[in-house]
Ligand binder design. Structure first.
Ligand SMILES: [Cu+2]
Length: 121
C-alpha cells in the first residue's frame, strides 16, 4: 500500500505550503469605511474614506462611486492606511456603491465594494 504510506507526507507538504502562503500572502484587507458599509446617512457625506490593513499604493489604487445622482469622486488620496476622496455633484437620496481597488506591499490588487444610503429626513 505505497499510496497510503506516502499520503501523510504529502499532506504535511500541502499543509506547510498552505500555511506558508497564508503568512506570505497576507493581502491587504478593507477594515472599515466612512460612511460605514450599509449605513443610512441623513446628510450627504462630503468625503468617503476606506481604511485598510496597510498603506495602499496610490499608483494602483482607485475609488469610484455609482448612485442615483450625478456624483463622482474627486482627488483620491492615500492618507496613512486609507483612501479618501471628495464627493462632487448632486448627491441625491438613494443607494450608492463605492468600488475600490487597492494593493499594499505585496502588490496583489484587491477589489471590493461598500454601499451606503443617503436618506434625508
Ligand atoms: Cu497579497
Amino acid at each position: 500500500m505505497k499510496v497510503f504510506r506516502s499520503t501523510p507526507r504529502a499532506l504535511v507538504a500541502v499543509a506547510l505550503l498552505v500555511a506558508g502562503t497564508a503568512v506570505l500572502g497576507a493581502h491587504m484587507k478593507l477594515e472599515k469605511s466612512e460612511p460605514a458599509a450599509d449605513a443610512v446617512v441623513a446628510a450627504p457625506p462630503a468625503t468617503v474614506q476606506l481604511f485598510f490593513s496597510e498603506e495602499p499604493d496610490l499608483k494602483v489604487s482607485d475609488l469610484e462611486i455609482k448612485g442615483p445622482g450625478k456624483v463622482t469622486l474627486a482627488s483620491v488620496e492615500a492618507v496613512e492606511k486609507s483612501l479618501k476622496a471628495s464627493l462632487r455633484g448632486d448627491v441625491a437620496d438613494g443607494a450608492y456603491i463605492v468600488s475600490w481597488r487597492a494593493a499594499g506591499k505585496d502588490g496583489h490588487i484587491q477589489k471590493g465594494e461598500v454601499s451606503f444610503t443617503v436618506k434625508r429626513k
